[in-house]
Design a protein around this ligand. Structure first.
Ligand code: ADP
Length: 186
């Protein structure tokens, strides 16, 4: 499986092709819907693998707080996952790129990173938020994702040991690898 590793301000930044439900990190991120229901895509896979502990905790948060706004994040236990926690965030639906999609996507990544640091977590894995059912073009989404993570790590040096992007397909991995080359040049 394809893998790429670099370092940003003392944190390992890893791109890997794979299944996020199998990652042995402290928290994995879910590309959730505002109702925090299982749904399909990566969210369906995470709820399925995590089991009722994940789905029930998510439902409780939904009940107490209402729908999760785009760009916000909440944390639940990981249930049967190797990861101890799931951080649920809602990415933007792509509406042509003129409806604040880049800012909202960056906010989703930042909310997850901040929540992880707040909770004292050291290792975190992201899927490619918004690039499935939500339709965000992956070349653009990858650039936003990687730039946002890089900037956060520079602003919060030494807080996290590893941030990992888990890309489901070889094409997605290549898109993130190419985006990192572009981001690095800036
Ligand atoms: P969104 O609604 O935010 O677009 P999706 O779940 O539809 O979320 O897709 C987000 C990305 O997650 C897509 O690139 C999809 O291929 C990927 N994906 C689906 N299942 C998994 C999985 N088990 N591990 C990692 N990534 C996954």
């Amino acid at each position: 499986m394809a893998r790429f590793e670099t370092e940003v301000a003392g944190t390992r930044l890893v791109l890997v092709q794979g299944d996020i439900t199998q990652q042995e990190v402290e928290a994995i991120v879910n590309a959730a819907n505002p109702d925090l229901t299982p749904g399909g895509g990566v969210s369906g896979a995470i709820h399925r693998a995590g089991g009722p502990a994940v789905t029930a905790a998510a439902a409780r948060i939904r009940q107490e707080r209402g729908p999760l706004p785009t760009g916000a994040a909440v944390i639940t236990p990981g249930g049967n996952l190797p990861a101890r926690y799931v951080i649920h965030t809602v990415g933007p639906v792509w509406r042509g790129g003129t409806h604040h999609e880049p800012e909202l996507l960056a906010q989703a990544y930042r909310s997850c990173l901040s929540l992880a640091v707040q909770q004292g977590l050291r290792t975190l894995a992201f899927p490619s938020i918004s690039t499935g059912a939500y339709g965000y073009p992956i070349e653009q989404a990858a650039e936003v994702a990687l730039r946002t993570v890089r900037d956060f790590l520079r602003e919060n040096p030494g807080q996290l040991e590893e941030v990992r992007f888990v890309l489901f397909s070889a094409a997605d991995f290549r898109a993130y690898r190419a985006a990192w080359a572009r981001v690095q040049g800036v």
